[in-house]
Structure formats: C-alpha cells, structure tokens
Design a protein around this ligand. Structure first.
Ligand code: SF4
Length: 81
C-alpha cells in the first residue's frame, strides 16, 4: 500500500503547511500572549486558504489557523453565517 492512499485528500495541504516546519508553539500560544509571529508565518504560507477553510469546517477553536486567531475566526463565522 502506498502511503498517500491512506492520507485523505483534504488533508494534503497539511504536508505543505509552513507551520509544520516551524513547530506548533507559535500557533497555540498561552492565553493572552502574542499571535503576531504565527500570523507572520501564515502570511507566507501558500496553504492559507485551505487551512482557514479546514479550521472553519471543523470548528477548530484553539490556536491560529489560516492567519486568523480564534477570536477572529469566531467573528468571521458570525458575519458569514
Ligand atoms: S496558514 Fe498558518 S496555520 Fe495554516 S498551514 Fe499555513 S502556516 Fe500553518
């Protein structure tokens, strides 16, 4: 069996995620600490649209996804639904 047959297609983007190379620490900061560094990395990440879409669809509550903090995603969800 090829390894890629067991990775769901909609998770392919994670293999190219910039944060996978930098480590998760920036993306799940302690409450109240800065998300600026995570957002800076997201800004250079080609997978950003797929990442944000995934986070919204899966209702990811914690951390920075697709360049948005959990609070910003909540606001986005409120204004688009
Ligand atoms: S947009 Fe940000 S959180 Fe999403 S995959 Fe890229 S670097 Fe990671």
């Amino acid at each position: 069996m090829h390894i890629d047959t067991i990775i769901p297609a909609d998770l392919d983007w994670q293999a190219q995620a910039l944060c996978a190379q930098t480590g998760a620490d920036f993306f799940f900061p302690e409450p109240g600490s800065s998300v600026r560094e995570a957002k800076r990395i997201c800004g250079m990440c080609e997978m950003r649209p797929a990442c944000l879409e995934y986070a919204l669809q899966n209702d990811e509550r914690f951390g920075v996804w697709g360049g948005l903090s959990e609070k910003e995603r909540l606001e986005l969800r409120r204004t688009t639904h």
